[in-house]
Structure formats: structure tokens, C-alpha cells
Write a protein that binds this ligand. Structure first.
Ligand code: ATP
Ligand code: MG
Length: 377
């Protein structure tokens, strides 16, 4: 899968710009605060249906603008496609896929696939569980739009449930009937989400393990495991048994949830356990080791996307190269052959002598390097 071009109007600091890319490695380079990350953020909005910086549409609009738009042209093995996102400060966004207006995000994502790797991901191993869940959710949502729908339904039930638990002016007994209804809904959604995450992690584990061994010349071994209150393996994949067990778990701790005024169990608290040579990487990995695992996870995400869709996604790397040491930089550039990569960097010299498409970024404007002409003119 390749991005051919994208246009931006009133998106972040970009008033009006059109960028085109080659199928290989593309570098957006320039000084700080010029619009490198903004350009990537625009592309990634089409993969996830939202910004990776987790903001509202009005914050994506150029300061003072009331509307703006992004239009992405990309191709997969079968055909050329176009996606458009129209953003407004005062009303809901409009999503258009190949000329047809789409109502639900879950129907919009899933045609364009991208793997994003940004400096924040380098702390994925040691950081809060939320970072690891966000990694999983972004990766899986692109492959399974139904998963994205389940996540947003789960978030809605969780919000309602937490609001109910906080309504302390009412007695626990008075709140119990609604508590049970919401718990049953949550149990069913939790089962779907956990089963999908667990399957994904099992596949990812193999791929990440191979990348890490490859990167370290067979010296380091990692293992990934999904950690949850609800373990589908215990129920042999029986979704109903798993939902019932989850419902029983929550209701048996209802008193604690009412006392805590919040939901204590569920996939919003799950995590990925990552071990390095048998020990928790979170506790023992060096900074370099955790960067290697993060890199292996991103490359693994690309492999799983290819296994599911038949094609590599577009790799979007925001300023990570300078954060990696020379060995890992070489490994990354060499492993990315045959894939489209769009990378940002402040440092042009990192790419000297490489066969890459250089695009200079300055104050929200983008300029392709003029190709060298051979002896003419
Ligand atoms: P760095 O190398 O520091 O990461 P960058 O080129 O990636 O820089 P961006 O994150 O793309 O920088 O931001 C470019 C500029 O856009 C910044 O000055 C930022 O404040 C500005 N900006 C962010 N949001 C908006 C917005 N909604 N409207 C206008 N400008 C914005
Ligand atoms: Mg940036």
C-alpha cells in the first residue's frame, strides 16, 4: 500500500499544501516547529480515524479557521482510492470514501493502513499500561473495524457506569438494577475486546520475538503476553462462559466498586506483559533494550497488517531515527526495504547518499528537492 499524495487545507499550521510521495523512503525534513509532525498526523488520521495526539477536531483546524479538509490518494494492489476528512469547529466532521459519505468511523477506517512510530512509543515498554493498550487498540482497529465499534461502545458503557457509581446521593440498593444492566453490557463487550486483543498478542509475540533476535544477533529474546482479569484461555474460547464469569466477578466485588466510585475490572485496566530473557522488561530492560523492543513491536505490527491484508502498511516514523543508535538506525533502514516509509527528521545529513525522496518543510510549506539533472541545461 502506498500514499500517492495528500492535500491539506487549514490543518494545524498548514494553510494549503499538496504533497506527493514516492513508493520508497520519503523524508520530511526541516527545523523544529515547521509542520513535519503535523503532516504525518494528517496522514495517520486516515488510518485510525482520529489524531494520534488525541485531540478534538477544532484543535486540528488552523488557528482561527472554522473549517478545513484533508484528502488522501493512495493505492493498494487492486485500485486507487481516495479518502476525505472535512473538519469543522462547530459541527461534526464529514468522512468521504471514494466519493461516498460515510457515517461511522468504523466504516471509514480499515481501507488505509499505517503504522505510526513516534518518540512516545519509545517509552511504551516502561511507561503506563495505557500506552501499551493504545498501541494494541490502534493496531487492531485498522484491521478489524468491528473492534473499533466495540471499543467505543465499551467506553460509553464505562462512562455511564462510572457516573452511576459516583451518584452517592442514591443508595447502593437503588442503583443496583442499573448497575446490573450496565455490568451485563460491559461483560459482553469486554469479552469481545479481550478475545481479539489476546489473539493479536499471540501472533505479535512470534513476530516481535523474531525481530528482536534478528536485531541483536540472537542474543536477546522477548515474550509478550496479554494480562487480564478475564482470561479467554480458561474458557476454551467460549464467549458466553467468559462473559458470565466476568459478570460474576464484577458483581461479587460490587461493594468495592460502589465504595471506590469507579469501575475496577475490565479491559480498560488490562496490560501487556513484556519479558526480556524471562524477566519483566518494565523493571529490568536498559533504555537501549526497551527501544529495541519498541522498534520490534512496530515492525511486528507491520508484519501482522501484511498477514491480514496481503500488503505492507505505510510506515510513518516521526523523528525516531535520531533517537536510535547507529546500529539500530542501520537495521531499521535495511529492514524497511520494499515498504513505503514517510519519516520526519531535523537532520538532513542522516540521509546523505541514500536513495530517498527529500521534502523540505518550512512554516507549513513543503518542497520536494529538485532532482539532479544529468548534464543537461
Ligand atoms: P519538531 O521538530 O519540533 O517536532 P515539527 O516540524 O514536527 O517540529 P509540528 O508539531 O508539525 O512541528 O508543529 C508545527 C507548528 O504548528 C508548531 O509551531 C505548532 O505550534 C503549530 N500548530 C499546532 N497546532 C496548530 C493549529 N491548530 N493551528 C496553527 N498552528 C498550529
Ligand atoms: Mg515533530
Amino acid at each position: 500500500m502506498n500514499v500517492k499524495s495528500i492535500t491539506y487545507r487549514n490543518f494545524r499550521n498548514i494553510e494549503d499544501a499538496a504533497l506527493s510521495f514516492t513508493p520508497g523512503v520519503n523524508i520530511l525534513w526541516g527545523n523544529n516547529a515547521q509542520g513535519k509532525t503535523n503532516a504525518l498526523e494528517g496522514i495517520y488520521c486516515f488510518a485510525c480515524g482520529k489524531s494520534f495526539r488525541g485531540v478534538h477536531d477544532r484543535e486540528l483546524l488552523r488557528f482561527g479557521a472554522s473549517e478545513g479538509a484533508l484528502s488522501l490518494d493512495f493505492c493498494d494492489e487492486r485500485r486507487d482510492q481516495n479518502l476525505v476528512l472535512q473538519l469543522y469547529s462547530e459541527k461534526a466532521r464529514r468522512m468521504i470514501k471514494n466519493g461516498v459519505t460515510i457515517r461511522r468511523s468504523a466504516d471509514f477506517v480499515g481501507s488505509f493502513h499505517g503504522v505510526l512510530f513516534c518518540p512516545e512509543h519509545l517509552s511504551m515498554i516502561k511507561g503506563a499500561p495505557q500506552l501499551r493498550r493504545a498501541f494494541l487498540d490502534a493496531a487492531i482497529s485498522q484491521l478489524r473495524p468491528a473492534y473499533l465499534a466495540a471499543l467505543s461502545d465499551y467506553a460509553a458503557v464505562l462512562k455511564q457506569r462510572n457516573a452511576l457509581l459516583k451518584r452517592e446521593e442514591e443508595s447502593q440498593a437503588a442503583r443496583m438494577p442499573l448497575y446490573e444492566v450496565l455490568t451485563a453490557q460491559m461483560a459482553e463487550l469486554n469479552t469481545r475486546i479481550v478475545q481479539t486483543r489476546m489473539k493479536y498478542i499471540k501472533l505479535l509475540d512470534t513476530s516481535v520475538g523474531q525481530f528482536l533476535e534478528d536485531m541483536t544477533g540472537g542474543l536477546e529474546h522477548t515474550a509478550l503476553r496479554y494480562v487480564s482479569d478475564a482470561d479467554p484461555d480458561r474458557y476454551g474460547g467460549d464467549a458466553r462462559a467468559m462473559s458470565e464469569a466476568f459478570y460474576a466477578l464484577c458483581t461479587s466485588y460490587a461493594g468495592r466498586e460502589f465504595a471506590a466510585c469507579s469501575t475496577l475490572h475490565g479491559c480498560h485496566r488490562d496490560d501487556i506483559s513484556i519479558t526480556l530473557d524471562g524477566r519483566e522488561a518494565r523493571l529490568y530492560a536498559s533504555q537501549g533494550q526497551d527501544r529495541s523492543i519498541a522498534l520490534a513491536m512496530k515492525l511486528g505490527e507491520g508484519e501482522l497488517c501484511r498477514a491480514a491484508t496481503g500488503e505492507y502498511p505505510v510506515f510513518l516514523f516521526d523523528d525516531v531515527l535520531s533517537e536510535l543508535d547507529a546500529g539500530r538506525q542501520r537495521y531499521l533502514m535495511q529492514r524497511l526495504g520494499g515498504r513505503q516509509v514517510i519519516m520526519t527528521s531535523c537532520n538532513e545529513s542522516l540521509f546523505a547518499g541514500m536513495d530517498v525522496n527529500m521534502i523540505h518543510v518550512s512554516a507549513g510549506s513543503y518542497e520536494n528537492a529538485v532532482p539532479q539533472e544529468n548534464g543537461e541545461g
